[in-house]
Design a protein around this ligand. Structure first.
Ligand SMILES: C[S@@+](CC[C@H](N)C(=O)[O-])C[C@H]1O[C@@H](n2cnc3c(N)ncnc32)[C@H](O)[C@@H]1O
Length: 514
């Protein structure tokens, strides 16, 4: 079997399309998911690698990390007294793992770095991994030994296999839904220390891919592996992946059913590691988006959140903004599979959300932000504050003028904006550009940065927090994912209190004059 190779064309920064809407799902996703494996008496990690491995920092009470109490208090101080926390699955939750490969051909180490070092700890019995990741790692280990594959040596810059990315798809409609999770198949990406597939070490790469496929591929005795990819990386810095990806064996298409739609995910695109917890978050999020809303999804990755909203909330328009051009391909494939009945204007833009952010914010009812752990860039926070305050000033200059949207001259931004103008339903960017967002949905994986961003957003009463929910995205780590819903302007009851105070004062003044 000869490996077949893939070639990407990434010349267009923007992808725009028009599709039509499906009915919102009637049932909650929890019916479709198997119960968490851990739903027993104990929520302790019980992992033999705890302490040696840096992956988990907490061994006990995985169902409720300590930070949940802090989050509850924090949101109370923001006026939200009903913060909820969804414990989700506490073990075998990780469906996406990036593992370093070090050691020697006879004794390969496949795992994470020991805390504060670059020593790799082998973690064959990791309790966070989906079990099929651990099983595939064992096939890989055998392959390295049998084929004498040289793991990477960071000090010398020598060796062939640097990292492996393992991603599980639980999309298999031929199985009953209760069996899909546990029978997930693994997409294996081998990060190879060469420039491309023509380097002298490519023969070894192909041999290793074939070994994996023979022992875990679709025709093997125990089919575990969905596909084998190669990523080529020769840089000596800490960046894990290079720019070149090639499919070697198996299925190019990698699908997951999440948030009510089929989502395509290439290995080069960002994808959430905890598929089931993300599913829970998406279903909670959807109910905060009004039907027919115009949505901007910033930090969109492959557009999972925006596209799920387009389909389930019948959005008028959805604009996804993402810096990584490699996510575009997954977005395109997902849109191709959208049901014909979905009727939204949808676009994906390769852009840095922190550069002239107001150009992305204006014209939408709802803004979704899902930034990396470090949180929002100051320019985006400023723009979010600004639009909220502009919206309150009745006689202020038009938001467009105020926010300098017209001054944009960079051709790529102008092209991107042009491509967002859609025909259909009488809606154009021109008629909509003065629309100021009413709702801001903040999804955060970085608790510390979220608190700072939240305080900045509510300062000067530009926004207030209306609801907040937590999700156990990373059991064992002490971190949680937060979903916070902000509404534009000050909190209603505060306004009422003020009016009441003023009314009493007027009454008092009147009485004292009499
Ligand atoms: C936490 S991920 C969220 C992705 C997506 N919302 C999802 O759930 O699949 C953050 C994403 O933001 C992107 N990103 C980081 N900095 C960015 C920026 N300045 N502008 C736009 N996107 C950015 C990353 O490439 C990554 O895809």
């Amino acid at each position: 079997m000869s490996p077949h190779l893939l070639s990407f064309s990434m010349s267009y920064p923007v992808f725009t399309c028009r599709v039509s809407a499906i009915s919102p799902p009637r049932s909650s996703p929890s019916c479709a998911l198997p119960p968490p494996l851990s739903s027993g008496s104990s929520s302790a990690l019980q992992c033999p690698h705890f302490e040696a491995c840096s992956g988990c920092s907490h061994e006990l009470h995985l169902h409720r990390p300590v930070v949940v109490d802090e989050a509850t208090d924090f949101f109370k101080s923001m006026g939200v007294s009903d913060f909820t926390f969804d414990s989700c699955r506490v073990r075998e939750w990780r469906c996406r793992a990036k593992l370093a490969v070090r050691g020697s051909p006879l004794n390969p180490l496949i795992g994470l770095y020991e805390e504060g070092t670059h020593n790799v700890v082998d973690i064959p019995q990791c309790k966070a991994h989906h079990p099929n990741i651990n099983a595939t790692v064992e096939i890989l280990r055998r392959g390295i030994k049998q084929l004498n594959i040289e793991p990477y040596d960071e000090d010398q810059g020598t060796g062939d296999l640097r990292y492996v990315l393992m991603a599980v798809t639980t999309y298999n409609t031929s199985l009953p839904s209760s069996e899909r999770y546990i029978n997930g198949r693994v997409q294996v990406s081998l990060v190879w220390n060469s420039r491309n597939e023509n380097s002298p070490s490519a023969k070894k790469l192909n041999e290793l891919a074939l070994f994996l496929w023979r022992n875990g591929g679709s025709k093997s005795e125990v089919p575990l592996i969905h596909s084998v990819w190669a990523n080529f990386q020769t840089s000596t810095n800490n960046v894990i992946f290079g720019n070149r990806w090639r499919l070697l064996l198996g299925d190019r298409e990698f699908w997951e059913h999440i948030g009510g739609i089929d989502i395509s995910l290439d290995p080069s695109s960002f994808a959430q590691a905890n598929t089931q917890a993300f599913e829970s978050l998406l279903w909670k999020l959807q109910k905060y988006v009004p039907y027919g809303a115009s949505v901007t999804d910033l930090y969109a990755g492959a557009g999972v959140i925006g596209l799920s909203l387009a389909a389930t909330r019948k959005c008028r328009s959805v604009k996804c903004v993402e810096i990584n051009k490699d996510s575009k391909q997954s977005f395109e494939k997902t849109v191709e599979r959208f049901p014909k009945s979905v009727d939204s204007s949808i676009s994906w833009h390769q852009a840095d959300a922190s550069i002239k952010p107001s150009s992305w914010l204006m014209g939408s009812d709802v803004i979704v932000v899902d930034p990396p752990r470090k949180g929002l860039e100051p320019s985006l926070i400023d723009a979010l504050q600004m639009i909220a305050l502009v919206g309150r000033k009745e006689k202020s200059p038009s938001p467009e003028g105020y926010l300098n949207v017209k001054e944009e001259k960079r051709p790529w931004i102008l092209r991107a904006r042009e491509a967002s103008v859609h025909a259909g339903k009488g809606w154009t960017l021109q008629s909509n550009k003065e629309l100021i967002p009413e709702i801001l949905i903040y999804i955060s994986c970085g608790w510390e940065s979220f608190k700072e961003d939240c305080k900045a957003l509510v300062s000067s009463k530009a926004w207030h927090v209306q609801k907040a929910h937590g999700f156990n995205f990373f059991p064992g780590t002490g971190s949680i994912e937060v979903l916070a819903i902000f509404k534009r302007g000050p909190r209603e009851q505060l306004k009422k209190k003020k009016t009441e105070k003023k009314r009493k004062k007027r009454l008092h003044d009147k009485k004292s004059c009499q």
